[in-house]
Design a protein around this ligand. Structure first.
Ligand SMILES: [Zn+2]
Length: 62
């Protein structure tokens, strides 16, 4: 096993629920001091238009 990059982590795209590799994410958005990751510009735009709608997804998992 090559342990380099073992800190690799993913975040869930709040819009389409895809797993996003933080190291490769091109589309990010900041909301209330937290960073969110998206698979595409389309998802980022949707989030930016109505962040609260998508944030409920995270709240429901905590
Ligand atoms: Zn997406």
């Amino acid at each position: 096993m090559n342990n380099m990059g073992s800190a690799l982590s993913t975040e869930t795209d709040a819009v389409c629920k895809m797993q996003i590799d933080k190291g490769k994410a091109k589309f990010t958005s900041e909301h209330k001091g937290k960073e969110y990751y998206f698979c595409s510009l389309a998802c980022k735009k949707k989030f930016d238009e109505d962040p609260e709608k998508y944030l409920s997804f995270y709240d429901s998992r905590k």
